[in-house]
Design a protein around this ligand. Structure first.
Ligand SMILES: [Zn+2]
Length: 465
């Protein structure tokens, strides 16, 4: 494990002389990045309403000063004050492009709960403070400055580099969906997308693993509706939809959904094994074997987070029947929060669910849309490049492939043909992340900005022939 204090030494280590990154003064770039982030935070893009057009204009001006042309897109489709943003650095080789993608909107903030103005872009105590510092303006500006740094260093790109800012990730994902739908020509040039959606774990000053986000569980919400015959509760007719619903709910909740270990989850558990001792360590190191052993299986599934990574889950939440004690209703319903493994076959799953319900007077209705499937391959050139860079920046830290329970824009990019990975361009304590992302006093340290710049610059250089 690596102590955070060691990071300062690693960042100061000189790079090999032939390395184009050696031409980059990372300390200077870091301070400049902090200034740009401060300016970007001052553009209030709280969603709703978003106001991403102002952010897109600022990105366009910032790149124009470097001689890079950026384009503001999709203003008509996204509505007043909203936009997507696109820029690129052409590459000379045959390989397709790499897109650095962020969302320009942020969630709202309650200033009275912050120790600084969330939209002032305050830089103090060697940190940049403000809404979006982590989610995800700080990430977007690290991407922007890595993009600019490669241009300034005159690096001969063989792969095209693309920079994208999307609107509306925090509410509906309308920005990314519109972008991939309206610009198939631009998307076709992109092989890889790097964006948010990882979990590089830092606890008590120790980096436990470097995470590459490779999948998302899919939200598949259903309403189960039972119909019957309404009548007075004093003389039941034997066709009460509440009885029928309760019976079906019982069959569903008693169902132990099959356990399945995907390669990404296997690798995630392996990265965690170092933190354990004895048989727990062995079980995490080889989850496949552990699942074939009763005690190992019970231990793995006994922890709710691991259980959710190993199977589809079905959680009944909202219930509705009659609103009067003495009236048997015509209908009764239950809402099910269903989360499927990233690669689940939804047709087969639905068939199994209907078989369990086994009642022709109960129907399943969909609640909302289901996002496309997102599970990225682990054996790609970019994955291996990230692995090499992480090993250099964080020696001895294991690499974990993470699956997130939350939603990002990655499924839409994946559906459009890109291979997407989520990374964290910083080492932030889990506790601090949980309190500040979508919470209060969100901030990013200068040291982390420098780490993020190196992570991006070195990874992008690894991808040039
Ligand atoms: Zn985000």
């Amino acid at each position: 494990m690596i102590r955070l204090s060691v990071l300062a030494l690693l960042l100061a280590a000189p790079l090999a002389a032939q390395d184009p990154a050696a031409a980059i003064d990372f300390a200077k770039l870091r301070d400049e990045t902090a200034e740009r982030l401060s300016e970007y935070i001052r553009i209030n893009t709280s969603n709703p309403p978003g106001n991403e057009l102002a952010a897109a204009r600022w990105l366009q001006q910032t790149l124009a000063r470097e001689g890079i042309e950026g384009t503001i897109l999709d203003t008509a489709e996204l509505g007043p004050g909203r936009a997507n943003f696109y820029a690129r650095l052409p590459g000379g080789g045959a390989g397709k492009g790499i897109a650095l993608v962020h969302h320009m909107d942020v969630v709202t903030a309650t200033p009275s709960q912050w120790s600084v103005d969330p939209f002032a872009g305050t830089i103090k105590d060697r940190q940049v403070w403000g809404r979006g510092a982590l989610d995800m303006k700080g990430h977007g500006i690290i991407q922007l400055m890595a993009f600019i740094a490669l241009r300034r260093a005159g690096v001969r790109l063989t792969r095209e580099l693309v920079y994208v800012g999307n609107a509306d990730e925090e509410i509906g994902g309308l920005g990314s969906r519109t972008f991939v739908e309206k610009h198939p020509d631009l998307v076709a040039r992109i092989e890889y997308v790097l964006t948010e959606g990882s979990d590089t774990r830092v606890e008590n000053g120790e980096v436990r693993w470097f995470g590459i986000g490779v999948g998302e569980k899919r939200t598949w919400w259903k309403r189960m509706v039972a119909t019957g015959t309404t009548s007075h509760g004093s003389v039941p007719l034997g066709d009460n939809p509440v009885d029928r619903l309760v019976g079906a709910l019982h069959r569903i909740t008693a169902w132990e959904t099959p356990v399945r270990l995907t390669p990404a989850v296997d690798r995630f558990f392996r990265a965690q094994s170092r933190d354990q001792t004895g048989e727990h360590r062995a079980w995490l190191a080889d989850a496949g074997a552990a699942l074939r052993n009763d005690r190992g299986r019970a231990w793995l599934l006994g922890e709710s987070g691991r259980n959710a990574l190993l199977r589809n889950t079905i959680t009944p939440t909202v219930l509705q029947g009659s609103d009067k004690t003495n009236i048997i209703p015509q209908e009764a319903s239950a809402e099910l929060d269903i989360r499927l493994l990233p690669d689940e076959d939804t047709t087969a799953f639905r068939r199994e669910l209907e078989r369990l319900i086994g009642d022709p007077k109960i129907r399943l209705e969909s609640i909302g849309d289901m996002a496309p499937r997102y599970d990225a391959p682990l054996d790609t050139e970019l994955f291996r490049a990230l692995e090499r860079v992480a090993r250099r920046l964080l020696p001895g830290v294991p690499l974990a492939t993470t699956i997130s329970a939350g939603a990002t824009d990655r499924p839409y990019w994946t559906a459009a043909g890109a291979i997407c990975y989520g990374i964290d361009p910083w080492l932030v304590e889990l506790k601090e992340r949980r309190l500040s992302v979508h919470g209060n006093d969100e901030r990013l340290s200068l040291e982390n900005i420098e780490y993020g710049l190196r992570l991006y610059v070195e990874t992008l250089l690894e991808m040039q022939d």
